[in-house]
Design a protein around this ligand. Structure first.
Ligand code: GLN
Length: 548
């Protein structure tokens, strides 16, 4: 029978519940258990796809094309045994959506539809749906205990514990134990209150994970144990860590996994965290440093670039390179020139939407091309590179993307429906006129060109990568661009869209239409990011650098 571990959070948000969830999953996997993870989000949006990155951070795209919470990115970076899919993240909004649909269809046979049992039943159905084939499912309940929105989730968890038995469920509660600077004291009261809140809805935590700036002493843990009715050994202290990848080892050092398997009565091997120790060792002892510019516009919300910065870190682990990211405001490049790019070792232009800052991205691509600085363009970063090349190398004046200028004379980037032969045989998801929900989403196969840089980096002829965009390189311009030295390094399987480009005359200039950052993890970094950081290191070590 699949067993369920629920992870809740108390006192404040942003304590790192997602990291703790992912880390526990990693340790259990290292004990040879089959682990899946589910994130339940309390907001009313049906999915995070429409939420602004300014508010919610990155939208993580799963292989099956679901637009999900960024915590799913952490899950995939920490475990190998389960791929996240659209079933691994759902919101209150989607639950209500389903319940209301059923009600409209008459499925409830005229009954009064209520939170208990109808909404909670739907939640439980979805929790069970991810259990098949796994020993343990860790369910992260978004939000903070006490929030009005998360109550149905907690209630569903309570019911589930009753239904499948206490020994098949476990509750872990994450809280904050602050130190008050003026009193010089560590305060346990917020934790006590938060647990009280949980108990008032019928949930007694089995384990507490106490987030604090420094390790908590025995006395404090003792006090928390006494007031919260949790065993002292299960009051775990988790201080701020220099890297999130240290958390599995930190939790294992305090025997979290031993407590979990004991309470769930699972017989399994001890955890082998050798790979995680190698990751943290590489992070702690870098041999060089690479300065990478990320040219974007969500600079007040760096979570918008979560997978991206993690992917850079992973490549850094591989090359024993500490990555320092310089976030460069694309709009500033538009106004103030490219000074901010002058001393970086590589330039990354990530995905994005809309007009604001786009010309700055084109400038960044132009700067990288002209100065032979390693460039990695992702999605919008590919569009920027193609537009720069079209305008400034291929002589296509004012070339543009129809996303920004629908009337451009040279639509080198556009919707497939705008430039494809209407009687053509290729049918493509982007072919619809209505933009709502018409993104090219999820994993698709890309065929790599022989002897391209990309084929060398990947070491294979075709790869699966994830998409999230509407606009494509216009195939009608490809011949003209290629004439001037743009290499089409990858094409989509079947519908023959441009997936990757490289510049023949540059040392390392690569752009892709897909998002490789979603396929990177600390133990297996991504080939493109590995190549990018290697190029940054070569650039940093070039003879001209010492002369400068
Ligand atoms: N705005 C571009 C498009 O929709 C690129 C999207 C992205 O970078 N994810 O095609």
């Amino acid at each position: 029978m699949t067993q369920y571990i629920f992870v809740t959070g108390g006192v404040v948000s942003s304590l790192g519940k997602g990291i703790v969830t992912a880390s526990l999953a990693a340790i259990l996997e290292a004990r040879d258990l089959r682990v899946n993870i589910l994130k339940m989000d309390p907001y009313i949006n049906v999915d995070p796809g429409t939420m602004s990155p300014f508010q919610h951070g990155e939208v993580f795209v799963t292989a099956d094309g679901a637009e999900t919470d960024l915590d799913l990115g952490h899950y995939e970076r920490f475990i190998r045994g389960a791929r996240m899919s659209q079933r691994n993240n759902f919101t209150t909004g989607s639950v209500y959506d389903e319940v209301i649909k059923k009600e409209r269809r008459g499925d409830y046979l005229g009954g009064t539809v209520q939170v208990i049992p109808h909404v909670t039943d739907e939640i439980k159905r979805r929790i069970h749906a991810v259990g098949d084939g796994f020993d343990v499912v860790i369910v992260e309940i978004g939000g903070t205990v006490g929030d009005i929105e998360s109550q149905p989730f907690l209630e569903a968890a309570r019911q589930l514990r009753l239904e499948i038995g206490a020994r098949n469920t476990l509750f872990i509660h994450l809280t904050l134990v602050p130190r008050l600077a003026m009193a010089g004291e560590i305060k346990t009261k917020p934790t006590q209150h938060s647990v009280k809140e949980l108990r008032s809805i019928g949930l007694q935590p089995d384990v507490l994970i106490c987030r604090s700036e420094e390790p908590l002493g025995r006395e404090v843990r003792n006090k928390i144990a006494l007031f919260t009715n949790v065993e002292e050994r299960a009051v775990i202290s988790l201080e701020d860590a220099p890297s999130i990848y240290q958390v599995p080892v930190m939790l294992n050092d305090q025997h979290l996994d031993d407590i979990v398997v004991e309470l769930l009565r699972i017989e399994c091997n001890a955890a082998d965290l050798g790979e995680w120790r190698r990751v943290t060792d590489a992070l702690a002892h870098p041999e060089r440093r690479a300065k990478i510019a990320i040219v974007g516009k969500y600079l007040d919300m760096l979570d918008a670039y979560k997978s991206l910065t993690e992917a850079l870190t992973h490549a850094g682990i591989q090359h024993r390179t500490a990555i320092s990211v310089r976030y460069v405001d694309a709009e500033e490049l538009e106004q103030g020139g490219c000074g901010a790019l002058a001393d970086v070792h590589a330039i990354l232009v990530p995905g994005g939407f809309g007009e604001r800052g786009f010309e700055g991205k084109v400038r960044a691509a132009c700067f990288a091309r002209e100065h032979n600085v390693p460039y990695l363009g992702i999605c919008y970063g590919l569009h920027a590179a193609v537009i720069d090349f079209a305008r400034n190398v291929a002589g296509l004046d004012n070339a543009h993307s129809t996303e920004i200028n629908p009337n451009t004379r040279h639509p080198v980037i556009g919707l497939v429906s705008e430039w494809q032969d209407r009687d053509g045989t290729t049918e493509h998801r982007n072919g619809e006129e209505d933009l709502g929900g018409t993104m090219r989403l999820g994993e698709q196969r890309c065929l790599l060109a022989d002897s391209s840089l990309a084929a060398g980096l990947y070491g294979k002829a075709s790869v699966l990568e994830r998409h999230r965009h509407r606009y494509e390189v216009n195939n009608n311009y490809v011949a003209k661009l290629a004439e001037h030295g743009l290499v089409i390094a990858g094409r989509s399987d079947g519908d023959d869209l441009v997936e990757m480009i490289e510049l023949r005359d540059n040392d390392w200039f690569v752009a892709c239409q897909f998002h490789p950052e979603f396929n990177s993890s600390p133990r297996d970094s991504h080939p493109l990011f590995r190549g990018f950081i290697a190029a940054a290191n070569r650039y940093a070590a070039r003879p001209a650098a010492s002369a400068a």
